[in-house]
Design a protein around this ligand. Sequence first.
Ligand code: LLP
Length: 411
Amino acid sequence: MHYFNYHDSTLFCEEVALPKIAHDFQTPTYVYSQKTIERHFKAYQAGFGNQDHLISYSVKANSNLSILKLLAQLGSGFDIVSQGELFRIIKAGIPTDRVVFSGVGKTEDEMKYALQHNILSFNVESESELLRLNKVAGELYQKARVSLRVNPDIHPQTHPYISTGLKENKFGIPIAEAYGLFEKHAALPHIDWVGIDCHIGSQMLSLDPILETAQALKKMIRFLETKRIHIQHVNLGGGLGIAYHGEEPPSPEQYLKNILECLSPLRLKVIVEPGRTIVGNAGILLTRVLYLKKMPEKNFVIVDAAMNDLIRPTLYQAHHEIWPVVQTTQKPLNVDVVGPICESGDFLAKSRKLACAEGDLLAILSAGAYGFSMASNYNARPRAAEVLVSGMIPHLIRPRESLEDLIRGEL
Ligand code: LLP
């Protein structure tokens, strides 16, 4: 969290004091540090060195157009999972030939849209999808560039909702079947085989499962070579974890050093799809304390952000650090930090030591990934504003939704 620091007891994002952002744009507001995003992206670039590669930022982590544009300028590619995400890439003015399209349930319309925009590759997740894509591409007199997403049945050692590479998960093609599938469909008329990919889970803190996966992909590629099926890229997906609460994940450089030792000898383009490591610790959710409420069993700090703004604590039991925006010397109390939503699951933190008063500002840390992008309008709450700080300048990159926004299109 290099670029979120206290100066004279006040928390800053780069060179902007957070109380100024609260004053100018109100709360709750997501605040992102441009320098942090750049630093994280460049760490991946440095880790790749001379290796032919594409860093395909996973759009689902944070899909604000300004963030996509920033990453595109740094040379990023993009991993998408829907037509909507491709639409965002197009609206951001980004060339679509750096886009890979994952997801188990692509519709024909989505396939057409992506074919028309000539994306780099479809990460295909089942035989049925492959055949459907072959048909859709045929109707457009095109060839679809395809990478097969394999499921290696390797445990990512992470939360069950974000594990994707186990045989009981819906993702990818079991690796044992993938071998046969390649051979069986090597000559489909509207399919151009370009790669193999994989994504076994998210918030991984150990390199072991990732390396095991890289080995499995390498073995498969060597097998394909013996069958004279030559692909162009190997894509290891995303999933590297970040520090939310003292965890010590490997750095992007360490991660890449290890996987490249395994994959470089293949002489293929290596793709990764990081999301969380690029934007997670580049963002905070700025919120204001509405009320302090003492109940017989608990002290509640009721803030103006809620589970509709940041669902990770209640959905994944995720821990997000909470810092006072202005440090005090008051004695901290043991509190639950909760939002105004009518659900007991509406909490942002439980049993924290925190000193704050009504009207104070709090920063919920590590909220740049899967924060705004998972936000909803539940309880008819307009979604938060988003601000991207660059040096001394806070850019409003998405205004707070209005009440009118809430009912747009409804009869
Ligand atoms: N590639 C694919 C195919 C994915 O499904 C994902 C994430 C990524 C890349 C990026 O993974 P990352 O580097 O961000 O770990 N909402 C959850 C995370 C869900 C991740 C889904 N897939 C959370 O808030 O923890």
